[in-house]
Structure formats: C-alpha cells, structure tokens
Design a protein around this ligand. Structure first.
Ligand code: NAP
Length: 388
C-alpha cells in the first residue's frame, strides 16, 4: 500500500502531538513527511530525531538557529518563518495536511494547502472564523481538495450528516462542556486567575482554546465554524451545555428525530477519522462504557454570564470582516489575560469595544487582503485599549 504523506503544522501543540500519536499508530498507511513548531524548539528537535520527517519548519525565526544547531545527521530540510509553512503544505509530495496551529496564523497555510489541492484536516478553527467565505470559495473551486473537521463537535456533526439531505435538516446542536466556571456568579468571575481558567474539567488542550472554553468564546467560534462548514444559517445553529462531554454534538431533523455522535473526551478519535476518512480503523484508544454513564445533562447556555457567546453570534450574523475582528480582538485579549495583564471579565469588554468601533467600517464579501487588514486593525486597537 502506498503511504499517504502527512504534514502536521503545529506538531508541538496539543492537537499536533496527538496527531503524531495517531499517525504513528496508522504507520502502515501514513508517513509523517513534515512538522512545524513556533517556540518549542527542543520538542521539534526531538520530534525530528524520532520521526525523521523530510521537512520541518520553525515559524518563529528567532528559534530557527537553535533547532538548526541541534540537528546533526538529519538529511531533511529545515525551513523558517510563515513562508516555510506555505512551502511545506504546498509541497507536491504532501497528500494530507493537519492544520493544528493556533490562531489567525493558520489562515494562510490552510488556504494555501487547499489551493494546492490537498486534503486538509482542520483543527485551526480561527481560519474558518476569520476567512470562512474565502476558504469555502477556494474549496468550491478545486475538485481535488477536501476539508475534514477535527474539532470534536464538527466531526460529530459531519458524521451525523452522512446521508442526510439539506431539506431534511432542521437544526445543528453544538454541545459545550460549559468550562470550569459554568456555575459561577458574576462576582466570582471577577477573581478568576489564569491558573483557574487553564484547569478545564474534561479536555486537555492548549492555553488559548482552554481560556476560550472558559469564556464560551470557543463555542462562539465553533458556531461560526459550523456555519461555514455545513452551510447552515445562524438561527439554526444552537448551543447546549452538556458538562459530561460525551455527546459531541447532534443534528435535529425536520421529522423530530435527533442524531448524535457519542464518544470519550479524546481528540485522537476525531483526528483519526479525519486522517482515514472515509475509512474507519479499529484503535487501542479509550472507549465509552455505556453502563457506566450515570447521567447525561443538557441545558441552555447563560448568554448574560458568558457574553463572548453572544458576541460571536453577533459577529457571525454581521458577517464580512466582523468575525475576523472578533477573532483578532479575542486572541489579543486572551494572551494578555494569560500574561496577567487584564482580568477575565476584561476579555468580553475589550472585544465588545473593538467590535463597536468596527461596526461603521465592516467590509462585506472581503478578500483575503481585506480580512488580514481587519485582523491587523483589530489587534492594534485592542492593544491600544489595554494601555489606557
Ligand atoms: N486542543 C484541542 O483539544 C483542540 C480541539 C479542537 C480544536 N482545537 C484547535 O486546534 C488549534 C490548536 O490548538 P492546540 O490546543 O493544539 O494549541 P496549542 O497546544 O497551543 O498548539 C498550537 C500550535 O501552534 C504553534 N504556533 C503557535 N503560534 C504560531 C504561529 N504564530 N505560527 C505558526 N505556528 C504557531 C505552536 O508552536 P509551539 O508550541 O512550538 O510554540 C503549536 O505547535 C486551535 O485552533 C484550537 O482551537 C484544539
């Protein structure tokens, strides 16, 4: 069997490391061809030494020399910077790309991979949030390229939708664990520390998405991601809190039937499906024990306590450059919260102010350049607002 050549961009992150694990397990079908890191030079060096990829990229140029000097006896090619990522994902040898970098840095390589006709397993939700229209248009233009969701909710919906026609679909229900603060009062929220926000009750993830889960912005970003992936209007995309994280999402059909996908809270499952789709493979990963599931709860989200969710719906419905602005302001606010510069409640306040400023200059049907300009504008404004 000819092995598929895989490039994992963001291989040092939570999704990246789990993808390496899955790809090693699928070693008879998949060859790890390329890897990338931003800051974690030692981990990238270790991955290169054990996995022997043909290419690797250090996207932070300041870390490039460190990796280059530690790699002796490796006959692969070490690339640098954001351009290095584009070179890797468009390499004619590459069949499959896992887009697992965090933030808007994922927009250009994801788009480049699709333009080059690759199958893309998408974890980087920020690229679809900010540039959904451009990415979906590119996908529509290419016969060969494919976009398979890795996010567990979207993977669940993708699976539930197999064989379902658009006219039979009524509503997408995205489940959310609710994060560590789902039972907090506003007063308790004033004192939330980065350490508390990083302690997610059900999922082990990178820092930014863990804070996004605590504010419910993650679910808001996923609503926008679902809109683009499945072509469903915002009024038909609902969020439901499900603290057990067992039901990964559901679809509701016009006749009143609900279809759900269930599984353990283990990202290796949706990652594996994205890599092997349309095939499925048995694996040694964790399994559900149905008889041990004492209860599955579902209740509506509190939009007052978690304004980020409402902001994401508003940005999605406004459309144009607004989702890119929401995403950029959120990224800046979250990194500042993690650095101890702003409070937890300051995150939605800043995003609200930046979105309000942008309302009078929203550009509809933006091209990539306009989206990246809006992203840049929103980051600058968010940083300025944090200074005063
Ligand atoms: N973790 C999950 O369970 C999960 C689930 C669903 C979706 N996702 C999505 O998957 C993406 C990755 O999440 P994660 O939890 O894996 O994040 P993470 O652990 O923080 O990893 C992020 C990866 O991106 C790299 N990176 C950071 N800044 C970069 C830049 N400017 N340019 C290029 N690469 C950069 C990091 O490199 P260094 O580590 O070397 O600095 C790392 O490899 C996010 O979009 C997230 O929303 C994650």
């Amino acid at each position: 069997m000819v092995k598929k050549k895989l490039a994992i961009i963001g291989s040092t992150g939570s999704i990246g490391r789990q993808t390496v694990e899955v790809a090693e397990f699928l070693g008879d079908q998949i060859e790890i061809y390329g890897l990338s890191a931003h800051n974690q030079s030692s981990l990238l060096t270790e991955q290169i030494r054990t996995l022997h990829p043909k290419k690797a990229v250090v996207t932070n140029p300041l870390q490039y020399q460190q990796v280059a000097s530690e790699l002796t006896g490796w006959d692969g090619e070490l690339l640098s910077g954001a351009e290095g990522l584009i070179e890797l994902v468009t390499d004619p040898e590459v069949d499959l790309v896992v887009s697992a970098v965090v933030g808007a840095a994922g927009i250009k390589p994801t788009l480049a991979a699709l333009k080059a006709g690759k199958k893309v397993a998408l974890a980087n939700k920020e690229s679809l949030v900010a540039a959904g229209e451009v990415i979906m248009a590119e996908l529509g233009r290419r016969g060969k390229s494919q976009l398979i969701p890795v996010d567990s909710e979207h993977s669940a919906i993708f699976q539930c939708l197999q064989g379902i026609t658009k006219e039979n679909l009524k509503t997408l229900h995205l489940t959310a664990s609710g994060g560590p603060f789902r039972q907090f009062s506003l007063k308790q929220m004033e004192k939330i520390t980065p350490k508390a926000a990083l302690a997610h009750p059900t999922w082990q993830m990178g820092g930014k998405i863990t804070v996004d889960s605590a504010t419910l912005m993650n679910k808001g970003l996923e609503v926008i991601e679902a809109h683009w992936l499945f072509g469903v209007d915002y009024e038909w995309i609902k969020v439901v809190i499900h603290p057990q994280s067992i039901v990964h999402s559901l679809i509701e059909l016009v006749d009143g039937s609900f279809l759900a996908q269930l599984g353990p809270a283990d990202m290796r499952l949706p990652i594996q499906l994205a890599l092997t789709y349309p095939q499925r493979k048995p694996n040694p990963f964790s399994r559900l024990d149905l008889c041990n599931l004492s209860e599955l709860q579902f209740y509506p989200p509190d939009f007052q306590l978690f304004p980020c969710l409402a902001l994401a719906y508003e940005a999605g419905k406004t459309g144009g450059t607004m989702p890119a602005v929401l995403n950029a302001a959120n990224e800046e606010a979250v990194w500042s919260f993690l650095a101890g510069r702003i409070s937890f409640l300051e995150i939605p306040r800043l995003i609200t102010k930046v979105m309000n400023e942008h309302m009078k200059r929203v550009s509809q049907r933006p091209d990539l350049e306009t989206i990246l300009e809006a992203d840049h504008w929103a980051r600058n404004l968010t940083r300025q607002m944090m200074v005063f």
